[in-house]
Ligand binder design. Structure first.
Ligand code: G3P
Ligand code: CA
Length: 244
């Protein structure tokens, strides 16, 4: 099977990250799936934003967890990327799923619970995915590997993948120990023998965040399972080029 292309926070190289515009752009650019980040609002609603605070990507400030959904919806999630994006809102996970469920795209949902705990985040996310018939099209990922274990307890068929950005001594062994189906390492941590070893152990590998065409082409030639990028169109072109 060919490598799948996942748009990191949507097509975030061209539109404000984690917005509906970025997700729709990813679909237009031929991505196979989107990656997004989930936190909980003060009123315990799964919301799609990367950071723990709204400071970097909106015109507000403070922790996501301290805002009600109504409060978050008043913020601009696009102004920081340019005037034309000023009406962009922070989407709820439900809003994204409503749209995504009508497409053929796959989802990588990342629980952003490695810094703040967000009790109930896994359960609420699974519930929404079930409502929109998206469970079988979703890969659950997190830097919080205990959270992925919890996902399997709640939904045993869940496909999970552990994120990591620092070297792990024996990645295949580690993946088996924590019972994940795949690994999502920083692309800087991988090499061809490692990919071969992971595949020999039945473990999928989807590195992040790959934006250079040269590196994309190398990784495609190693037959990685997925590639997470801010530039899905560039990845499509690279994939096409190495298949010529
Ligand atoms: O899914 C890979 C990537 O999203 C992990 O890092 O910080 O962009 O969420 P980050
Ligand atoms: Ca992420």
């Amino acid at each position: 099977m060919r490598t799948k292309i996942f748009a990191h926070r949507g097509a975030s190289g061209k539109a404000p990250e984690n917005t509906m515009t970025a997700f729709k752009k990813a679909a237009e650019e031929g991505a196979d799936g989107i990656e997004l980040d989930v936190h909980l609002t003060r009123d315990r609603i799964p919301i799609v934003i990367h950071d723990e605070t709204v400071d970097r990507t909106t015109d507000g400030y403070g922790f996501v967890k301290d805002y009600s959904l109504e409060g978050l919806k008043k913020l601009s999630a696009g102004h920081w990327k340019g005037w034309k994006f000023r009406h962009e809102q922070i989407p709820t996970l439900e809003e994204v799923l409503k749209w995504l469920s009508k497409t053929e795209l796959t989802l990588i949902v990342e629980f952003k619970n490695n810094i703040l705990p967000y009790k109930g985040l896994e359960q609420k996310t699974i519930h929404l995915l079930e409502k929109y018939h998206m469970l079988e099209r979703t890969i659950f990922s997190s830097f919080n590997h205990n959270s992925l274990f919890k996902v399997k307890e709640l939904y045993k068929q869940a496909e999970t993948a552990a994120l990591y950005g620092k070297p792990i001594a024996s990645p295949a062994q580690y993946a088996k120990t924590i019972r994940v189906d795949g690994l999502h390492p920083s692309f800087r941590l991988i090499n061809q023998p490692l990919i071969q070893n992971l595949h020999a152990n039945g473990i999928k590998v989807r590195p992040y965040t790959v934006n250079s065409q040269r590196i994309m082409e190398t990784l495609f030639s190693w037959k990685i399972d997925g590639l997470i990028t801010d530039y899905p169109a560039r990845a499509r072109d690279s994939l096409h080029r190495i298949r010529l």
